[in-house]
Design a protein around this ligand. Structure first.
Ligand SMILES: *Cc1c(COP(=O)(O)O)cnc(C)c1O
Length: 367
């Protein structure tokens, strides 16, 4: 199904608002382009499905291209994709909790790890299932989220190499997510050097030197020689075509693959200024307001339970979000009064897309 859906089609499919329209052709274009850009530099990629809860339609699209594996941080998503028949390999991106170890070994082909306790548990589970399980040991390069410190490498490696059912498939790093630390040439150089060190000291060639996520885009574009880094895990740039470091669309990719539509349930002119004694809002915030006189205020049937309004940009520049509660969003439609039943559309950032894709109250339509 191509192009915009209309009211009749909505009725036929029994769908309702709010809904997210997902333009698969844009995601396809982004993945194809990213695979090419990375491939030109000897880098393989794992497109990441966690932002869309492992949606089968998108995971299947991923497998049309030459990718290393599909990445996801939830083993439940990986299980769901596998059970839906999505072919290929899967990489678990968040270190599994100890209760997920069996499932991790059963459903995924690789996982990122940083604790010997986890690796031992994976070894036990893999040995019970009579298989060899691949791990990617994460190294902390400065963002201070997951990863061993570089000087722990010589403590970890002999222990890992002694395990019969664990294969050290590679080393990896993750920057930017927690503290916004930039993946620079210098930091990627450290990761390269560590892989060379592992090669020299332990005579171990690593399949994967996994440099990072979408925030590595600028590094990728500027890297004449990516060194030993030969793998990236890419979610946002493929799904939304955006660069988290520039906070902007990437030239050559297509933005706007995800568009939210929400329906107007009330619309009238009301004063912008509340009347009464201000206390806390439903979410315990202390609101601030300015008097803008009377305005066209419309209530949309969507709220914080479904979406993060900070990631929603109304497609119509005349519409502005005034505030959002659990299940209502208030907008100011500056140029005209909206009608009840009318639909307001929003472009989305990653944070907004994520919650919408999780919400069972939001329809998803694949175009
Ligand atoms: C989510 C995640 C990614 C993908 O991040 P994007 O910014 O969406 O590209 C990569 N690696 C890890 C460890 C992640 O958790």
């Amino acid at each position: 199904m191509q192009g915009k859906i209309n009211e009749r089609q909505l009725k036929i499919f029994g769908m309702t608002y709010p809904l997210v329209e997902i333009a698969l052709d844009k995601i396809r274009h982004n993945l194809e382009t990213m695979v090419r850009w990375c491939g030109d530099k000897g880098i393989g990629i794992s497109p990441v499905a966690k932002g869309v809860c492992g949606a089968e339609q998108i995971a299947c699209l991923f497998t049309e291209y030459s990718i290393h594996s599909i990445g996801d941080s939830h083993i439940q998503n990986i299980q769901k994709m596998k059970e839906a028949g999505v072919p290929g390999k899967f990489m678990l991106l968040r270190v599994p909790v100890l209760h997920e170890i069996e499932a991790a070994v059963a459903y995924s082909d690789y996982c990122l790890v940083s604790e010997i306790r986890t690796i031992s548990a994976l070894e036990d589970a893999a040995s019970r299932m009579d298989r060899v399980y691949n791990i990617v040991l994460m190294i902390e390069l400065g963002d201070r989220r997951e990863g061993i410190l570089p000087d722990e490498l010589d403590d970890y490696l002999p222990q890992i190499l002694a395990m019969k059912n664990i294969h050290l498939a590679g080393i990896g790093a993750n920057l930017t997510c927690l503290n916004g630390i930039k993946p620079t040439t210098e930091k990627m150089g450290w990761l390269s050097q560590m892989s060379e060190y592992v090669q020299d000291r332990y005579s171990l060639g690593l399949e994967l030197v996994s440099g990072g996520n979408s925030a590595n885009f600028q590094w990728l574009r500027n890297a004449e020689d990516p060194g030993k880094v030969n793998h990236l895990r890419i979610g946002e740039a493929v799904l939304l075509g955006t660069d988290p470091i520039a906070q902007a669309p990437i030239e050559g990719l297509q933005a706007g693959a995800f568009v939210l539509s929400a329906e107007v349930i009330e619309s009238r002119r009301k004063p912008s200024l509340p009347d009464g004694i201000p206390t806390f809002t439903a979410f315990g915030d202390v609101p601030e307001f300015t008097d803008e006189g009377e305005m066209n205020r419309a209530l949309l049937a969507i709220g914080l339970q479904d979406v993060d309004p900070l990631g929603c940009a109304p497609v119509d520049p005349a519409i502005r979000i005034v505030g959002t509660t659990s299940d209502h969003m208030v907008v100011n439609s500056t140029d005209k009064l909206l009608k009840v039943g009318e639909v307001v559309k929003f472009n989305l950032t990653y944070r907004a897309m994520l919650r919408l894709m999780i919400s069972p109250y939001v329809e998803k339509v694949y175009l």
